[in-house]
Every structure is written in structure tokens, then in C-alpha cells.
Design a protein around this ligand. Structure first.
Ligand code: 5RP
Length: 218
């Protein structure tokens, strides 16, 4: 099964977690695009979605799914999103698509985080995928200097402006053994909006595509 076929299988498997007449939290990325397509098949059975990016919003609306402003929604039963890396503790690195801040915000009001991914995303130790950090533009160099002190090698993602008008530093050279602590440490650096570690609020369910189908890990 190709990587995209694994993503598609995981995306469609997430449909089992969607409850009728609810508002669904929707992430961003190529795996989530398959989930959105799947959600489109039951558009008339859900109330709508809260979206984590302009790209997902556009795709949801094109399928006739109403997109709610998160300020009008207090709780979601599920949030479905992909990951760049996920470990066996269900900690994740996210933000390859630069949507990390809104993803973390939407995930924060969900009872269950359903991670959908192809098999290549499951790792023993996170950090091979460079950790995205969203920063206020004027603080970019100052934040980069602080990240170097923490042992990382930050590279400016040139040309990338997030949906929030911010910049991304991709941090190379980390071997992340205490994801919760690093997530907190990075959040404490002045100028950081969010970092791509999702450990303090990790996934509750991982739907992992593989050559033999989708494995459910809890
Ligand atoms: C976007 C993300 C994505 O979920 C992550 O990059 C995985 O993407 P894909 O499903 O395309 O592999 O965090 O900000």
C-alpha cells in the first residue's frame, strides 16, 4: 500500500469516531484532506466543523460542511488531525503544514484527539522531523538564539507566513526524550506563539495506516 493509500485508509477509519449531530474538530494536512473527503460523505448528518486552517476551511465548505467560529463552540467530542511524528506515548510533532497554533487551539476543547497517520510517522524517539516553532516575526532572531541555547538548530522556513501572520522556525538536531518538558520550555521563550510538540495534550487514539490496513492504538 502506498503512503497516500495508508493516509486515506486512516482518514476514512476516523469516520467511525464521528457522532451524528455534533460539531467535529478538523486538523490540517494531506491525511486530514482524506478525512474531510470522508466527512463529506456524511455532511448532512453532522452539525458542522471547527477548522484549524484556512485550507481545511475551504475544503470543508466546498463539501457543504458548515464551519463554525471556535468562539461559538465550547466543547468538541473529537478532534481529528495528522502528525509529522508520533511516539508510543502518543506525543506528537506537528506543524509541517504550518497550522500548529490553530491545531493546538482546536484540540484544546476536544474530549478525544484522534490522530490519523501513515505508518512512517510512528517513531521511537521524536526529533528526526524538525520541530516547527511559530514565532512573532520581530522576535524571530531572538527566539532562534534561545533555541540554540536549548541545543537546537533553528532554520527559518523562508516564504512561509502562517494563517496568523507569523513565521516558522524549524528546529533540527533535537532528540526529544522529555517532550512535555521541552514543550513547556519552548512555550516560555518570549516571542514564541506555539511549538509543534503536542505532548501536554497528546493523542488519545492513533489510527495508523500500514500495509495490512489500519491499526488502532490507544
Ligand atoms: C499541519 C500538520 C499536519 O497534521 C502534519 O504536517 C501531517 O501532515 P500530513 O498529513 O500531510 O502528512 O501538523 O500543520
Amino acid at each position: 500500500m502506498s503512503q497516500d493509500a495508508q493516509k486515506k485508509a486512516a482518514g476514512w477509519a476516523a469516520l467511525d469516531y464521528v457522532e451524528k449531530d455534533t460539531i467535529v474538530g478538523v486538523g490540517t494536512g494531506s491525511t486530514v484532506n482524506h478525512f474531510i473527503d470522508a466527512l463529506g460523505s456524511m455532511a448532512d448528518q453532522i452539525k458542522g466543523a471547527v477548522s484549524s486552517s484556512e485550507a481545511s476551511t475551504e475544503r470543508l465548505k466546498a463539501l457543504g460542511i458548515e464551519v463554525f467560529d471556535m468562539n461559538s463552540v465550547s466543547e468538541l467530542s473529537i478532534y481529528v488531525d495528522g502528525a509529522d511524528e508520533v511516539n508510543h506515548d502518543m506525543d506528537m510533532i506537528k506543524g509541517g503544514g504550518a497550522a500548529l497554533t490553530r491545531e493546538k487551539i482546536v484540540a484544546s476543547i476536544a474530549k478525544q484527539f484522534i490522530c490519523i497517520a501513515d505508518g512512517s510517522k510512528l517513531v521511537e524517539v521524536m526529533g528526526t522531523f524538525p520541530l516547527p516553532v511559530e514565532v512573532i516575526p520581530m522576535s524571530r532572531a531572538a527566539v532562534a538564539r534561545e533555541i540554540v541555547k536549548l541545543g537546537g538548530d533553528p532554520i527559518y522556513r523562508e516564504g512561509c507566513i502562517t494563517d496568523n501572520g507569523c513565521h516558522i522556525l524549524d528546529v533540527h538536531g533535537l532528540s526529544i526524550t522529555d517532550a512535555k518538558a521541552l514543550e513547556q520550555q519552548l512555550n516560555n521563550v518570549v516571542g514564541v506563539v506555539t511549538n509543534g510538540l503536542f505532548a501536554r495534550r497528546g493523542a488519545d487514539v492513533l489510527l495508523l495506516g500500514g500495509p495490512d490496513g489500519v491499526k488502532t492504538i490507544k
